[in-house]
Design a binder for this molecule. Structure first.
Ligand SMILES: NC(=O)c1ccc[n+]([C@@H]2O[C@H](COP(=O)([O-])OP(=O)(O)OC[C@H]3O[C@@H](n4cnc5c(N)ncnc54)[C@H](OP(=O)(O)O)[C@@H]3O)[C@@H](O)[C@H]2O)c1
Length: 228
């Protein structure tokens, strides 16, 4: 049975993706900040889904999650760095604080780097592993907005992480890509967003399950390659 770990799977796109991959027969590990979660069935997202405590902004939490998963699995086929925050309402590049920039990067950018580092032994244990980094149109060079400062910069940098990891992991046969789900009706996207959560998750499920393994170091939206 193939395995997948999704960070930030408690709600939104992460939760939807978890349910869909469970439906396709994956054993799904749903990352959550809930400290007591390890090993509990994540019933709402599918019978094959299991909660795992994972706060991506904390090194100790990432280390413990990787240690715990290594007691249950010898390989991890798919890692989806989905957890993210969007804390920029009312702020611009003129008034964003160093503290807020740091907090956003801790979750959106440094978290995915450290999660990949910690789970790399398990990813290397799979025949053809995949890493998917949830980025955004706001992380595209032409999508940067001075009114969404820390989020845009954190996703721009996350795209850089994708390129670096894809390069370093090519020899291991591990594919690493960025994905923009589009504007999705979640707590983050809000009720005016154009896409349902299922429509937003579809491109992520495609990258996890269907995309050719040789596709790596690229940026996708709804299964189509887009520019950085
Ligand atoms: N919605 C959109 O329109 C849109 C557009 C482009 C990109 N994206 C990206 O897609 C991803 C998912 O977004 P979404 O719309 O589903 O967001 P969401 O509904 O706000 O859900 C965010 C998820 O991330 C988790 N999370 C936040 N900080 C975390 C941390 N430090 N450690 C672990 N989990 C953490 C949350 O967990 P808690 O429940 O514990 O808070 C929640 O499960 C994000 O990376 C986002 O940037 C979304």
């Amino acid at each position: 049975m193939k395995t997948v770990l999704i960070t930030g799977a408690s709600r939104g796109i992460g939760r939807q993706t978890a349910g869909e991959l469970a439906g396709k027969g994956y054993r799904v590990y749903c990352g959550t900040r809930d400290a007591e979660a390890n090993g509990r069935p994540a019933e709402e997202t599918g019978t094959k889904a299991i909660w795992i405590t994972l706060d991506v902004s904390r090194s100790d939490s990432i280390r413990q999650a990787a240690k715990w998963l290594a007691t249950r699995e010898t390989s991890l086929d798919v890692l989806i760095n989905n957890a993210g925050i969007y804390p920029d309402q009312g702020l611009s590049i003129f008034d964003i604080s160093r503290k807020q920039l740091n907090e956003t990067f801790q979750t959106n950018t440094f978290g995915p780097i450290e999660v990949v580092q910690a789970f790399l032994p398990l990813l290397r244990g799979a025949a053809a592993a995949r890493v998917i980094n949830l980025s955004s149109g706001y992380g595209q060079l032409r999508g940067l907005s001075a009114d969404v400062p820390s989020y845009c910069l954190s996703k721009l940098a996350l795209n850089g992480v994708t390129l670096m990891l894809a390069d370093k992991l090519r020899a291991d046969g591990i594919a690493v890509n960025s994905a923009d789900p589009g504007w999705v009706r979640t707590d983050m996207g809000g009720s005016s967003a154009t896409l349902s959560v299922a429509e937003g998750a579809a491109g992520i499920v495609w990258l996890a399950h269907e995309a050719p393994q040789e596709f790596t170091g690229r940026f996708y939206r709804h299964g189509q390659e887009i520019e950085w």
